[in-house]
Design a protein. Sequence first.
Length: 602
Amino acid sequence: MQLFDLTTAIAVHRDLVATCLPARVEIVQQTDLYTLHLALRTLQGRQWITLSWHPQAARFHSGRRVPKQPDPFQFSGTAQRLRGLALSAIVQIDPWERVFDWQFAPRPQDDVQFHLYLETMGKYSNIVLVDADGAIVSSGRGVSDRQSSVRPIQPGLAYEPPPALIGAIPSQAESFEDWKERLDFAALPLGKQLFRTYRGLSRAVLAPIAAAAGVTTKTATNAITLAQWQALFEGWQHWLDAIETGNFQLGLTADGGYDLLGYAAGSTDNPDLQTLHPLLDRYYECHLNQQQFDRDRHRLQQKLGSVLKKLNQRRQQFDDMLAKSARADEPKRAADLLMAHMHQWEVGMSDIQLPDFDSGEPVEIVLDPEKNAIANAQVYYKRHQKQKRAKDAVTPLKIEVMAEIHYLEQVLGAIEQLEDYRTPADLQALVEIERELIAECYLPDPDRPTVSVDIKSAPQQFLTPSGFEVLVGRNNRQNDILTFKLAQTNDWWFHAQEIPGSHVLLRLPSGAVAEDEDLQMAADLAAFFSRARLSEQVPTIYTRPKHVFRLKGAEAKPGMVTYLHQKVWWAKPKSVEEVISQAEQTSSNHLSTERDPLPASK
């Protein structure tokens, strides 16, 4: 993830000063542990500002409207004091520091009543609310005196800015010879030497400057030619000029990042991403969602794997008990033989061989030498009764465990289908799965403050060769909606036969008839979005939605259904890989986060 560096901070700061001042604070809302949003009423209208002190994505910029949602966070509760005040100034406390003082007063010309210091300094990032006397009111991340004896951050203490940087201050007045002499005295990598010598730099700035000069940040300074040094100095001066004049040139890099110095010529067709603030909003949202998606997916897979392992062990225990129950006649036969041949028993015998009633073959019977023949027979009779009762007791328990295993395999299959993050809907689909598992008591309620995501994930959509719509559920919530809310009489419902997978709905307008190639594509999609996607051929059932029913009783979990009047269609999941790949590529290239609702029913 690209750092919100000093260059970006200066560019954003210049723009906000020009467009947001003066402004009145109307809404203060925190959406997660690291992000505060301010709704400002400016001369041009309402404008939303994002302030983040995330360890990997600390930043500030104008953003999109934040829907009203629960706000259980302590810092935002204190920051509500800013509501109704005027944002009178945004001040960079030092020209080469990423610390900005957001000043609030009753009116723009009045004395400052509160300072909101945003420190965008990587893992040490923080936000601190300070009153007019300089005392800390609250902070996004508290720092005790045990954590830092130099600069504790606690309510009531006096606010002190971060310690000053020790590197030299870059200056356009510095000559080429002096600049080169600072860097060329040791055979160190160029990037390391620049970072050690000057302040305000970042890899996002140095990498394109070095590339334009024909070197890299890892090139040793003693291996750089004079011509390359001169090209590097030209890029250096270009960077300083952009900071001084604010003449930034936005471009997109090949790896999905952004550049403000005109080195990256990439652009996007999305008009919302051709200016800095929307680009930053989408860029950091995408990367933070990607991180959360990967963490949550891995955590849910591990949890379900652990639960399924225990359930399969229980199933095996029940299978063993039922196997013994199936042999319940064997103890009774041994008891009957003992009673019929009691005269052959002798004191102290540990086993005896007696002829079978039917075949006459000898049957070996293990005995307790401390018991007589009748007592040993009674033991076998009791064992026979116990194993008979076990069948009646264990069978419903096994059915319940099998239903639970089938349900969790269905959920695990939905998680496995969410292989990569492409849009916010992918993350929301994962969030919905987690909520479902919490509701079904497979996961505990999180004890940390959480907020609801402001979108609902939408099913995946495809078109058949005849132009009919095919909807594929991403999780059990969507499966239930597709099957029991969106499906109409004329539609076809598909599912991989006896295999955990998505519900697939082939939607047909009234009077329309699906061709074989349409049915084939829907069946192929049902097979692909199942746990049998790697198979060459997969039996897939299809029926009318009116013949699909929810399970009842203990098996009535989300997404679990039974069906009637089904037909089998042999699907080839690999035949739709290209169609799905194209759909995913289109989705990943589309950075917009429009909140697409589920399709409306007919």
